[in-house]
Design a protein around this ligand. Structure first.
Ligand code: FES
Ligand code: FES
Length: 159
């Protein structure tokens, strides 16, 4: 066991765990941040997506020992049921969730896009979201939700 100091959603945490423990397990089991989900554990579905230093990362593939000083953000850092962030609200408005299992990863993937490319084309949205899979098949609603959030931000909406 080693102690790792992690910055998650702007807060510092100390976690005692083995170096090869996936960041996903640390978030869920040690920090009670259960938004990111275990889907495949192989980097093939995106349900575990978080943001590390502004880039989307599949947290099932990141050993905790590789996180270092990089800032980690999860869906819990975007808002909550009372005060959802713009992407969370857009996903609600488009009823993009069916079972919901993929949605936290989808929202974090989309967050990384809109922070880097605030006015994406539909093709850019589609390409950026392509690593994330939805078993329920709500991809078209998910794409519409990302479009809605981008348009809302372009109109001066708050993140
Ligand atoms: S659980 Fe990480 S990519 Fe599927
Ligand atoms: S809403 Fe069920 S997996 Fe996407």
């Amino acid at each position: 066991m080693t102690t790792y100091r992690l910055q998650v959603n702007g807060k510092q945490h100390a976690v005692d765990t083995d170096p090869d423990t996936p960041l996903l397990y640390v978030l869920r089991n040690e920090l009670a941040l259960n938004g990111a989900k275990f889907g495949c554990g192989l980097g093939q579905c995106g349900s575990c997506t978080v943001i590390m230093d502004g880039k989307p990362a599949m947290s099932c593939l990141v050993p905790v020992s590789a996180v270092g000083a990089r800032a980690v953000r999860t869906v819990e850092g975007l808002g909550d049921a009372r005060t959802p962030g713009v992407l969370q609200q857009a996903f609600i408005d488009e009823q993009a969730a069916q079972c919901g299992y993929c949605i936290a990863g989808m929202i974090m993937q989309a967050t990384a896009l809109l922070e880097k490319t605030p006015a994406p084309t539909d093709a850019q949205i589609r390409a950026h979201m392509s690593p994330n899979l939805c078993r329920c098949g709500t991809h078209m609603r998910i794409l519409r939700a990302v479009r809605r959030a981008a348009d809302r931000l372009a109109a001066g909406g708050k993140r």
